[in-house]
Unconditional design. Structure first.
Length: 274
């Protein structure tokens, strides 16, 4: 009998320890994708942040740890764009716990539509939207942020926008082709026309799509292709029928500590186009 009591007692002690650990491990701020974390990092350096999508938002699969992080946090910040695969998945995944702690940026963003129909989900890759997101973050996380750090970030973004505009004349001498419509926002904001090869799955790009795009090119200009690392392994070899001049831009920033670092990297890549 004493042995059974000891086993039961041990069980409850273990449960208590686990529950205490979960409480101590709880992270107050949870975000859906890395770029939101990068913008927060411009204003909050040391606070722990849990980022749900740890790779491409186009290839996300939810986990129990993601669910628990969102359920137990104080603030869950997400884009809420209805055409971003990870956001669609998460909307269904957390529908039973969705409440006042959840902050959706979608209705405040300046959205570009793809082919005049569906919202382009890459709204964080925009100077204007990054400032909108930062302003919302500053209001939501007012216990962690301050207006000074917000203003510093806004000034850095506006300065970067001017640096991007300085290379616009150079870029207008090229046919700029993106494999995936990630860069519409930035190029639109600096006045560059960009052609998109595919709005669907990159690994399903067809010969017809490639030939149709080739027919749209200005033969007087060199052509440069923009790819993203997340799709690098999915690109068909026939992509070089368009051009051998290929540069890689980073839309997500997993190797960076801030949004400004991410945008400075992409600026350097564009400056180095030959």
């Amino acid at each position: 009998m004493k042995r059974i009591i000891n086993i039961i007692l041990s069980f409850f002690i273990i449960i208590f320890i686990i529950s205490c650990k979960k409480t101590s491990d709880k992270i107050d701020i949870v975000v859906s994708i890395k770029p939101i974390e990068l913008i927060i990092r411009e204003m909050i350096k040391d606070e722990k942040i849990y980022t749900v999508v740890k790779d491409s938002p186009h290839h996300y699969s939810p986990s129990l740890s993601d669910y628990n992080a969102i359920k137990n946090c104080k603030y869950y910040l997400y884009l809420g764009i209805p055409t971003l695969e990870s956001e669609i998945m998460l909307e269904h995944f957390i529908k039973d716990i969705k409440d006042y702690r959840f902050y959706n940026f979608y209705k405040d963003l300046k959205i570009i539509n793809i082919n005049g129909k569906d919202p382009n989900p890459h709204a964080w890759l925009s100077f204007d939207n990054s400032i909108i997101i930062a302003e919302k973050i500053n209001n939501i996380l007012k216990d962690y942020t301050n207006s000074e750090s917000l203003n510093i970030f806004k000034n850095k973004v506006l300065s970067l926008k001017e640096e991007y505009k300085k290379i616009a004349n150079k870029l207008n001498n090229y046919n700029i082709v993106q494999i995936h419509p990630a860069w519409d926002y930035i190029f639109n904001e600096i006045g560059i026309n960009i052609l998109t090869l595919s709005t669907g799955e990159v690994h399903n790009i067809s010969i017809k799509e490639i030939n149709d795009l080739i027919n749209k090119l200005d033969n007087r200009k060199k052509t440069v292709i923009i790819i993203s690392g997340e799709f690098k392994g999915e690109l068909p070899s026939t992509i070089k029928n368009i051009s051998n001049n290929i540069i890689e831009l980073d839309p997500l920033g997993y190797k960076f500590n801030s949004y400004i670092e991410l945008m400075e990297y992409n600026l350097k890549q564009l400056r180095d186009i030959k």
